[in-house]
Design a protein around this ligand. Structure first.
Ligand code: AMP
Length: 433
């Protein structure tokens, strides 16, 4: 048989220990905090009808134009690995008739998304998002609630130096006038644009504002801003969003160029961007950790009733990089590692380890047994806090001598604990660690 070394698909990463603990830490914090805000978790399929994304995200966008993983299944259906979570959530919201069951629905999701993108630090082809969607409320308080949720969440997981950037896109109905203004503005420069930028101008001029091409930046800076084209109701809404943010003590900057890369947004759009004042940027140029906004037309566009909605998605991969760069998280460790002796006492030690584990304590041992020196080395390797051997003497006396592996040998680093008292000792020791 031929042997072949397999590798993960380009842009798709294995998430392994110890880093997986940062993922779990962030996911756990999300479940807690989102729950406090009244958001309930949903899980939708990874695959959706391709048309769902074409219809919602928009034909002229990068995602639909060149980033989707689309294939035909054995039943001749065109399916797509979801590139984002808002359209699937809206599909589920409509299909399950939630629209009629309650006036306001607040959902969150977390899971993998797929985009065929150019890779760099913080940008992958399979990446993970934590997102939230709130349906049913047109009030600015709903926009601000979602922003407050992201704000507190980022603070709680210890992500520093994040700035909230805010803009309003107004109603979809004011979009054509703005697009025309953009075309008029860029048209005289068309000859000097790169082929890619020229194509974007042709396809979807708003996307040009997202371009990272250095040569384009001065031109983008002087472009007409959508916020100057929005309707009166959207202006009032935007003012109210800003007032409420100030009331809640959430700092923000207005960003007239913030249009976001998906078509379904209307009115409020926002991003949380990582911008360390000094030192290295752990995200390189992929600084946006969260993007969101209102999309009042989406539910109707997808065949549902008229339902306003607002939501966001955070990039979990990027949050992990930032949490790890902040270095505040300690890896979890076994509280106790039990050394075993060959012979009948191995079984007794195994029974003890299992009992303690089943009672809820992090206790480890080496299933291979062997030399005690090697077992101690193993205990140190897995980060155990205490080590104790369990053999004839311990079995007879009912007591275990435990060595604190965090303290050097020359110090008073031993404690004696009765086997019966181990659960209490483990509970107190774990709590003190
Ligand atoms: P978007 O759905 O494009 O608004 O993205 C929302 C957030 O998801 C971004 O702010 C990023 O943090 C994250 N994100 C988007 N695309 C990627 C990617 N290819 N790799 C990693 N994170 C991503």
């Amino acid at each position: 048989m031929n042997s072949k070394n397999f590798a993960a698909v380009k842009g798709m990463n294995d998430l392994l220990p110890p880093s997986i603990e940062s993922w779990q830490f962030i996911e756990k914090a999300a479940r807690e905090i989102f729950g406090n805000y009244g958001y309930q978790e949903i899980r939708t399929p990874i695959l959706e009808d391709t048309a769902l994304f074409v219809r919602s995200v928009g034909e002229g966008t990068d995602i639909v134009g060149k980033e989707m993983y689309t294939f035909t299944d054995r039943g001749d259906r065109s399916l797509t690995l979801r590139p984002e979570g808002t359209a699937p959530a809206a599909r589920a919201y409509i299909e399950n008739n939630i629209t009629n069951k309650e006036p306001v629905t607040r959902w969150f999701y977390m899971g993998p998304m797929f985009r065929y993108e150019r890779m760099k630090t913080g940008r992958y082809r399979q990446f993970y998002q934590i997102g939230a969607e709130a349906y049913g409320a047109l009030d600015p308080a709903q926009d601000v609630e979602t922003i407050a949720l992201v704000d507190v969440f980022l603070k709680r997981i210890g992500v520093p130096d994040v700035m909230l950037r805010l803009n309003s896109l107004g109603e979809q109905s004011t979009r054509p006038a703005y697009l025309q203004a953009l075309r008029d503005y860029f048209a005289p420069q068309a000859a000097s644009l790169s082929p890619e930028a020229a194509a974007t101008l042709e396809r979807n001029p708003m996307r040009l504002l997202d371009s990272k091409e250095p040569a384009l930046q001065p031109l983008i800076a002087g472009a007409p801003a959508i916020v100057d084209f929005i309707d009166e109701a959207s202006k009032a809404h935007f003012a109210e969003v800003q007032r409420l943010l100030t009331k809640l003590g959430i700092a923000f900057v207005l960003d007239r160029t913030l249009v976001r890369g998906l078509d379904y947004y209307s009115r409020t759009t926002f991003e949380f961007v990582y911008q360390p004042a000094t030192g290295e940027n752990a995200l390189g140029t992929a600084g946006t950790v969260c993007g969101g906004g209102r999309y009042d037309g989406l539910v109707k566009d997808l065949g549902g009733p008229e339902k306003p909605a607002v939501g966001f998605a955070m990039g979990l991969d990027r949050l992990v990089l930032l949490v790890e760069a902040a270095g505040a998280r300690k890896p979890s460790r076994p509280t106790l590692f039990i050394g075993t002796f060959d012979g009948p006492m191995r079984d007794e030690a195994f029974v003890l380890v299992t009992k303690l584990r089943n009672a809820g304590y992090a206790v480890d041992f080496d299933p291979r047994g062997g030399k005690m020196k090697r077992q101690i080395e193993r205990a140190i390797k897995v980060g155990a806090r205490f080590f104790g051997a369990y053999g004839d003497a311990e079995h007879t006396s009912g007591k275990l001598g435990l060595k604190n592996l965090d303290l050097p040998d020359a110090t008073d680093n031993k404690v004696e604990v009765a086997v019966d008292a181990l659960p209490t000792w483990l509970r107190e020791t774990a709590a003190s660690g």
